[in-house]
Design a protein around this ligand. Structure first.
Ligand code: ADP
Length: 380
């Protein structure tokens, strides 16, 4: 099947009119960043942030118009609040990360809660990819759910959404009212991921504002229902996109995942500074792949000079929440869609995650007064 051309897409979009500006979205130069791969189409519509909510039907019409083109298998449109260079819009936040507390930015007033019935949104973040952030987020969410908390898991790692694979959930979310998506569910956790919405090999070139807009939709346009805690698996890194997200999402706190190597810790420091700059409390650090336990003889080897995170936590005055071993069962279970917290809850590895969940829940309760319901956490 031939894939649609940019011209075909733009022609289809000329049929989509802005509700009040008297012209179509192509003539108004609202369309940008068209990406086409094997029938999967993605692009952004640049809108005034104040208009975003009102323009949601227009975004849907744009998606429908492109889906109707021969050869289009899927279409994903995000509203971005990016303004033309030199415009009056909010300046992109600076990418450099200063010392803790330096250049602190105010979090903007949250006008309307994106997830109104959620008591606490917790970000799981890392300074770089591949350190086990998603594995931690998934096991943390499952651990929180196992402790009796109503839990959601949002895979905001749109560059490489791995939550569908790690939770064994596939398929597309449905929308009973045509307006909002129903989250998927696994092991008692409500789950939403960009991986459910775009084809796995569909490349999306995400610019900062698109990331923010996609995340806001995944928060606000999903029927999360009543949640005690929503765990957000953040995109790795500390660039503009992450900073903007940390700023825009009303986060109760952040859990920073790091491996023990110095270089990863350096990245972890950047991540800590990033959240501090936008006044998001750091709930603590998780040292992942902290040490290795030989599955045959039980010998414990500290391959990566274990303990670096403890020093980093002490230096930053934050808690070391957990030290998770480098362990083949953790990798096998998470890559097979059956996280260790649910597949082998009595194992030492699962208990490490359950303890992490207990610390996070306790910290949230302490910080939020009685905002969090007292969980029933049972572990020896
Ligand atoms: P990130 O989200 O930081 O990119 P992932 O969570 O996707 O990292 O993990 C990268 C890979 O490492 C995955 O294959 C995962 O199963 C594996 N992994 C993560 N944590 C551990 C661990 N503690 N022991 C063994 N393998 C792990």
């Amino acid at each position: 099947m031939t894939q649609p051309t940019n011209d075909q897409i733009l022609n289809a979009l000329r049929e989509v009119h802005h509700p009040s500006r008297g012209s179509d979205i192509v003539s108004l130069e609202m369309v940008s960043g068209i990406v086409v791969k094997g029938g999967n189409v993605g692009f952004a519509l640049n809108v005034d942030p104040d208009e975003a909510e009102r323009l949601e039907p227009m975004r849907k019409r744009a998606e429908d118009a492109v889906r109707a083109i021969d050869g289009v298998l899927s279409c994903s449109v995000v509203l971005t609040a990016e303004r033309a260079p030199g415009g009056r819009g909010p300046a992109a936040p600076p990418p450099d990360m200063g010392a803790p507390g330096a250049g602190r930015q105010q979090r903007p007033e949250v006008q309307k809660p994106l997830v109104p019935d959620c008591r606490a949104i917790v970000a799981v973040a890392s300074g770089k990819g591949g350190v086990g952030k998603s594995t931690t987020a998934v096991n943390l969410a499952m651990g929180l759910a196992a402790s009796g908390l109503k839990t959601g898991l949002l895979d905001a790692d749109i560059y490489g959404p791995s939550v569908p694979r790690m939770t064994g959930v596939s398929g597309r979310p449905t929308s009973p009212d045509g307006q909002r998506l129903k989250p998927m569910e696994a092991h008692g956790v409500k789950i939403m991921s960009m991986g459910f919405l775009v084809e796995e090999d569909a490349p999306m070139i995400w610019r900062g504002p698109m990331v923010q807009s996609a995340l806001q939709q995944m928060l606000g346009d999903v029927e999360w229902g009543e949640l005690d805690v929503l765990v957000v698996d953040m995109p790795p890194g500390t660039g503009d996109a992450q900073l903007t997200m940390a700023q825009r999402v009303p986060l109760a706190g952040a859990v920073i995942v790091s491996t023990p190597q110095d270089i990863a810790l350096l990245d972890a420091r950047k991540a800590i500074n990033m959240f501090r700059r936008v006044d998001v409390p750091i709930l603590g650090i998780v040292e992942n792949m902290s040490y290795f336990c030989c599955p045959n003889c039980g010998h414990r080897a500290e391959i990566f000079a274990h303990g670096g995170a403890r020093g980093c936590a002490a230096q930053f005055g934050v808690e070391l929440l957990a030290e998770i071993p480098l362990d083949i069962a953790i990798r096998e279970t998470s890559d097979a869609g059956n996280p260790i917290v649910v597949s082998d809850p009595e194992s030492a590895q699962a208990r490490a995650y359950s303890a992490l969940a207990a610390s996070v829940a306790a910290t949230l309760r302490d910080r939020g007064g009685d905002a969090m319901a007292a969980p029933k956490i049972v572990f020896e």
